[in-house]
Design a protein around this ligand. Sequence first.
Ligand code: AMP
Length: 286
Amino acid sequence: MQVIDNCEELFDFAQESRAQGLKIGFVPTMGALHRGHLSLVLAAKQKCDLVVVSVFVNPLQFNNPLDFERYPRDLAHDLSLLENSGVALVFSPSEDEMHPKPIQIGFRVEGISGGLEGKFRPGHFDGVANVVGKLFNCIGPAKAFFGEKDYQQVKVINRLVREFHFPIEIFVVPTLREVDGLAMSSRNLLLTPRARKAAAGIYAAFSFGRGLAIQNEPSDEVLESMTNILIDRAGGEGAQCKVDYVAHVRGESLEEISLFEDGSRFFIAASYDGVRLIDNIGVFDK
Ligand code: AMP
């Protein structure tokens, strides 16, 4: 496995691989890797000739400097996981390499970024589009792999690919969860033991909401019950819980809707003892 930190080498590696007729699968990450990330790598290995993974904590997508500072980082551990997963190349650039200063040009995401995370993290999806656009440009992958856990991000990436004509196929990989249903996330490393227990309330709320949706209960009452589950569970564990949103949206457009329908999804964003987690699930998914 090669590990490089500059764009020129990345560009050369990718160009040579493509010249040999190899299809590159690309998995962008912010490191502090877990099995969820590795499921993306596995999907990429299955569908491509070689896999490139980027490990870069992208400052442009953090609206909160403290969140950026304390985001977990462990490159040595990441590299050992990726080496064992049969990755061909890891790209781990510095901030200056990825975003030469001063930054004067950038993507601006509108519409699809208006609700959910976009509302609570202004500029977040601009930052995502900027870094993913640059990485797509340097690597020229045939396919790129993203997690359903960041569902709104997938929508943004699909739009980016379509509007800027990147010749890249986007694959979406299901969310990998812990035994109690908590979605795997790098941020889980930051949870206190009580917050970790309380955070299982997110999946409990989804399960409860799905049960009520099947009985066709009114969506606003369902969302209220789900919110109560988050708060009660956190209270029971003695953890602080701040709920940013519990939402029911149309899967395609992400607009909030009141009636359940095919493709409906629940979205939750909540902080536990100050660690902000997001998750989503298809209301009628099997
Ligand atoms: P991150 O390092 O958090 O930016 O995530 C990198 C990629 O891994 C994104 O496409 C995420 O959606 C995906 N990902 C994160 N957590 C999970 C998970 N639990 N299951 C599957 N994919 C995930």
